[in-house]
Ligand binder design. Structure first.
Ligand SMILES: [Zn+2]
Length: 689
């Protein structure tokens, strides 16, 4: 009975499908009669298609039920028509046709879609087939290891739970972990950068970029002057795996975007879950930029911030940043607003800022645009307000700006979801580390600083100078570093430059310790200028110092700081009673030297000889010597018995601090063989006669 029943249902299904297809075909010919007939592929998909269109308003219809992977303008299109790349199943395909799109399956992307990832030969870590991208577990372990190894610089914070973790009976789920980087020894309050990544599961590059950023900061602290002051005076918070449940699905090769909430669509469907980047509560579901269909890729969830991941991020962000914007949509945040939020996604090589739900600019639109064009500069990304790409709502950036007034961005990295590792290593990483560093630099006043010139190539020469020596500080100021791909950012000439030693401008006392810097060519009259100043080290204590440099343009804007380390060394004095002696061949001669530690800390000095041909002896080291203390020591030179009269040998004695090898002093000693004096033996011979 059962097989027969099955068979009859099968026939009925085929009949219904045929009726559906006939009905569809009729609609198709009625609505898109102007275009050539396009064969509808068989089955239910999914397919990745190119959907060509001429009227930009057609995009509005699409983004109410899904999100295009990519929007390609006419100028970049292969056939002089704009198109979207979008993942659809049968119903979506039909919807595109009904809306008037010319639809074409992208065979390459469709083949790749949901193809299981295969581990490379000898690959023992990372996402199968993509060894440069750490898995969720590997990402969390690496960041936890940073926190364990550098407790003075980092904290590992549990910011909430994934959906599976909150749900009994399912997968174990994950904690949403944040790595906070800042030097705990420097007092706050400090302005903050918050970076979220992998909110969309299938976007591989973002979490790895954030992890590499963390590793770069920790490795360069104390070595790179900019990284050092960033961690001393700012805080950087990284939520690397914002959607770990979904990411585990995407690691297998599934094109998974949403979280894995089984209450939406069907508990076993690969289309289940809520789109976390449509689930934030600000303007949630307002404007046709998200879907109410639980199986849609842009399903907004049943209510604002319904998902635990969204709740955790909202709570964390509100705990990081004060509310700096009034509730009215047209209320601007003040110029004193602090904080930058960056949500890393892929793909599209875009820098986007709020609003997403409205093409009208937000009240801080001009300032958001200025920083957006700056962030887009480094990787030559395309800067634009999010809604100009297509309508979105309930997104993280619009929430952070809308709710708190904080400067908020979405950066779409790279050119595909499962980006090849060579592209990540050679392009995405080098393009975007400077972007994140710049964002970290301007968190104090993100609506002010980005309009000022960048400071580049700060150098101090020599890097290490003895106290009292004058050092030359140079830098380049550049007011032109914006992406001008989408409109042009105003550029001014450089008007002033200044440097601060050891104390950044915001901590400088009213009696500023700033030192003006002058243009190297004698005139401030260009948007790019080299500047210089002489640093007098007479009153600078010994040790490592940092020179902060900033520039101002003719519009009055001071730009972001850059810094360089330099070192002031206490002198070491090396003196000798005599530096030249003349003796007979076959004898030894001793020089008495005195070393004085003219520094302010106790030190031990190693002693070395060089340049000598004749054997010589010296103590290996002297000390420890207290500050200002001196001690005598001997250098013995053995003159060979076969040395010729008048022959000389020179040697250089060098004393080097064992705590700082750049602290040293040298002295040259010259030993000569006495010429033979005939008169003495003659006198002896004559005397007895
Ligand atoms: Zn995304």
């Amino acid at each position: 009975m059962f097989p027969g029943k099955f068979r009859s249902w099968t026939w009925l299904a085929i009949l219904l499908c045929s009726l559906g297809a006939i009905g569809f075909a009729a609609r198709f010919f009625m609505t898109v009669h102007a275009q050539k007939a396009q064969p509808l592929p068989e089955g239910d998909g999914p397919w990745v298609v190119r959907a060509y269109y001429d009227d930009p308003r057609m995009l509005d219809l699409v983004v109410s039920w899904t999100e295009p992977w990519e929007v390609v303008g006419r100028e970049r299109s292969d056939r002089d028509r704009a198109y979207i790349v979008v993942e659809v199943r049968r119903a979506g395909y039909e919807r595109l046709l009904e809306a008037g799109f010319e639809v074409e399956v992208d065979v390459r992307l469709t083949d790749a879609l949901n193809r299981p990832n295969v581990r490379l030969q000898a690959q023992d870590a990372g996402i199968p087939g993509y060894p440069c991208y750490r898995t969720v577990e590997e990402t969390l372990a690496a960041m936890a290891a940073i926190a364990a190894a550098h407790p003075e610089l980092s904290t590992w914070i549990d910011a909430g739970d994934s959906w599976e973790k909150t749900t009994p009976g399912g997968g174990a789920g994950y904690d949403l972990m944040v790595l906070r980087l800042t030097n705990a020894a420097t007092p706050g309050p400090k302005p903050r950068l918050f970076v979220a990544s992998a909110l969309h599961a299938r976007e591989y590059a973002p979490a790895e970029l954030a992890a590499r950023f963390a590793e770069y900061l920790v490795e360069q602290y104390g070595a790179d002057a900019d990284v050092t002051w960033l961690l001393d005076y700012h805080e950087i918070h990284l939520l690397l795996q914002a959607n770990p449940d979904g990411r585990k699905q995407a690691e297998t090769g599934l094109s998974w975007r949403k979280n894995t909430n089984e209450n939406y669509c069907s508990p076993v469907s690969n289309y289940r879950g809520a789109d976390l980047n449509r689930n934030f509560e600000f303007q949630w579901g307002c404007c046709g930029g998200s879907s109410a269909d639980p199986c849609s890729l842009t399903y907004r969830g049943p209510s604002p911030a319904s998902e635990p991941e969204t709740q955790a991020i909202q709570f964390y962000v509100r705990s990081l940043f004060p509310d700096q914007r009034a509730d009215s949509l047209d209320a601007a945040a003040p110029l004193t607003t602090t904080g930058v939020f960056v949500d890393l996604h892929s793909y599209g090589e875009l820098v986007l800022w709020p609003w997403g739900f409205d093409t009208a600019p937000p009240p801080n639109g001009t300032a958001l645009q200025t920083l957006g064009r700056k962030l887009a500069y480094f990787g030559a990304y395309w800067p634009q307000q999010a809604a100009w790409l297509y309508r979105t709502e309930g997104t993280s950036d619009t929430f952070v700006y809308g709710d708190l007034g904080v400067a908020a961005y979405t950066i779409e990295l790279g050119t595909t979801f499962f980006q090849e590792c060579s592209v990540f290593e050679n392009t995405i990483l080098p393009d975007n580390l400077p972007t994140l560093l710049y964002a970290a630099k301007v968190v104090r006043t993100p609506y002010v600083t980005p309009s000022g010139p960048d400071t580049l190539d700060v150098t101090v020469a020599p890097t290490r100078g003895t106290a009292g020596e004058s050092l030359l500080l140079t830098a380049r100021l550049d007011d032109t570093r914006y992406s001008n791909q989408n409109g042009g950012e105003p550029v001014q000439e450089i008007a002033a430059a200044e440097c601060y030693l050891d104390v950044p401008p915001w901590l400088a006392a009213a009696t500023t310790i700033a030192q003006p810097m002058l243009p190297t060519d004698g005139r401030f009259d260009e948007p790019v200028e080299k500047v210089q100043a002489t640093l007098d080290t007479s009153d600078v204590p010994a040790g490592r110092h940092i020179a902060f440099v900033r520039g101002q343009d003719t519009a009055g804007s001071w730009g972001a700081l850059s810094a360089a380390f330099f070192y002031v060394l206490d002198p070491v004095l090396l003196e000798a009673e005599t530096i030249a002696q003349t003796v007979r061949a076959g004898t030894s001669v001793t020089y008495t030297l005195t070393i004085t530690n003219a520094g302010r800390v106790t030190d031990t000095f190693s002693l070395t000889l060089e340049g000598n041909r004749w054997a010589a002896a010296i103590p290996a080291a002297v000390g420890p010597l207290g500050a200002g203390a001196g001690v005598a020591f001997g250098v013995t030179v053995d003159v060979p018995s076969d040395a010729l009269a008048g022959e000389q040998d020179r040697l250089t004695v060098t004393a080097t601090s064992t705590s700082d090898t750049d602290r040293s002093a040298s002295i040259v000693l010259e030993t000569s063989v006495r010429k033979y004096h005939w008169f003495l033996p003659l006198a002896v011979r004559l005397a007895p006669l």
